[in-house]
Design a protein around this ligand. Structure first.
Ligand code: T4K
Length: 390
């Protein structure tokens, strides 16, 4: 069961944000935090962090899950723990944290274009970027959609590269019957408040590699290792018991939240069916999405509307849709200081995609309001929503 707190409401003039907030039932929250107070154990690998690591590993079908403060730090630690030097191939079509983590790990990001359909790196887009200094590939499961895990595994094996996935969007998602979590050398998840699994802040690294997991467990804490000799970079990246308590509650609700997200996604599709030039990000039969993101592409050639016109129109009605990701990281300082690489698909996506509000606090009425604004902006004023949407 999940709670029903006050929500933003575009009709009442209050903004409706992109960035879903999924909240646990209030009584479950009070119980969990009451127990935390009684125990007086708030940090430093308490029982809830350990329980969360076990439950996440079960959910991801991996041997290990190592929880930390957030996904950005998780990415930094994973890159560092793999003991890499040189270049890491990353998409420019991602949230800044993916690329910033590469930097913080002392590595050089090399931008690669994405596939126009999946919007992720694939073996085909990555292969031409591999050079003598390449140490790893860092794919992003953007919108929770698997980033060619089999193709990239084969490519990285052939070239002796490490393979990591930024799975910040992908909690609860799967590919070809396997949960996201066990692909590549490691996968990194986010439990930020706006993610499907809300740990307030939080993240974890999932891996099947025992040695890597042991290194990560040492690195996430500044305390000396038991053996007293291990020389590893350390960081205070420990997840607090309060974060773990929230994440554990969210984990219990996860399948229900995915079901609700799917219903909202289908409702949006129904309401927006038939608008020229407006397309949804589609999921293929072998993809199990968590439907965490409602992403539309506004195709300039086929639409009277541009993406930015639509954004302005929605914003004027307090619907704070977003241009994830804009601009591409290759156009962001300091990464553009030495020139802007040619990434045509990334450019097109950055100028045509728009993200709409979803999550537990977005009602059917909100979706109807949002879609009416979009239909109106597309010149379909007064056009009834398609059959079955009432
Ligand atoms: N890799 C990828 C691919 C990512 O997308 C992300 C983060 C990361 C790595 C790094 O993960 P973490 O280190 O964060 O664990 C938000 C989230 O903060 C960020 O976690 C997420 N991805 C990204 C896609 O979205 P912002 O800065 O664009 O939005 P933010 O946090 O301002 O929230 C959006 C809206 O939600 C706000 O305008 C208001 C609303 N909101 C937000 C919060 C936090 C609320 O109503 N209540 C709240 O408590 O990054």
């Amino acid at each position: 069961m999940t709670g029903s707190p006050p929500r933003d409401d575009p009709e009442s003039g209050k903004p409706l944000h992109v960035g879903q907030l999924n909240l646990p039932a209030e009584d479950a929250f009070h119980k969990a935090f009451g127990e935390l107070f009684d125990r007086r154990f708030f940090a430093n690998h308490g029982p809830l962090e350990q329980q969360l690591d076990r439950e996440l590993a079960l959910r991801f079908g991996t041997r290990h899950a190592v929880s930390v403060v957030n996904a950005t730090v998780a990415l930094m630690l994973a890159l560092r723990a793999l003991d890499l030097q040189g270049e890491v191939i990353v998409p420019a079509f991602t949230f800044p944290a993916t690329v910033q983590a590469v930097d913080w790990a002392g590595l050089k990001p090399v931008f690669c274009d994405v596939d126009p359909h999946s919007q992720t790196l694939t073996a085909q887009t990555v292969a031409p970027r591999i050079g003598p200094a390449t140490a790893a590939i860092l794919g992003v499961h953007v919108w929770g959609r698997a980033c060619d895990p089999d193709g990239l595994a084969e490519l990285s094996r052939r070239h002796g590269l490490k393979l990591l996935f930024d799975a910040a969007h992908a909690v609860g998602a799967g590919f070809r019957g396997r949960p996201i979590g066990g692909f590549g050398d490691a996968e990194v998840f986010s439990f930020h408040a706006t993610k499907i699994l809300n740990g307030v802040e939080g993240g974890c690294i999932a891996t099947n590699d025992d040695d890597l997991a042991a290194r990560l467990r040492r690195m996430r804490s500044f305390h000396e290792a038991d053996d007293g000799v291990t020389r590893l970079y350390r960081l205070n990246a420990k997840m607090s018991e309060a974060q773990a308590a929230m994440a554990l509650l969210g984990l219990r609700d996860l399948d229900g939240l995915i079901g609700q997200n799917r219903r909202r996604y289908e409702r949006y599709r129904q309401e927006l069916d038939g608008i020229p030039g407006v397309r949804f990000v589609d999921y293929a039969g072998d993809e199990a999405s968590n439907y965490q993101f409602i992403v539309l592409s506004v195709e300039p050639a086929a639409s009277p509307l541009s993406r930015d016109m639509l954004l302005d129109r929605l914003r004027s009605r307090q619907i704070l849709a977003r241009r994830y990701f804009h601009p591409g990281m290759h156009r962001t300082p300091p990464y553009c200081d030495d020139g802007i690489p040619d990434l045509p698909v990334t450019e097109r996506l950055c100028s045509s995609l728009i993200q709409l509000p979803t999550g537990q606090l977005v009602t059917d009425r909100d979706i109807e309001t949002i879609c009416a604004v979009i239909r109106e902006a597309a010149g379909m004023d007064g056009a009834a929503a398609p059959k079955g949407s009432a």
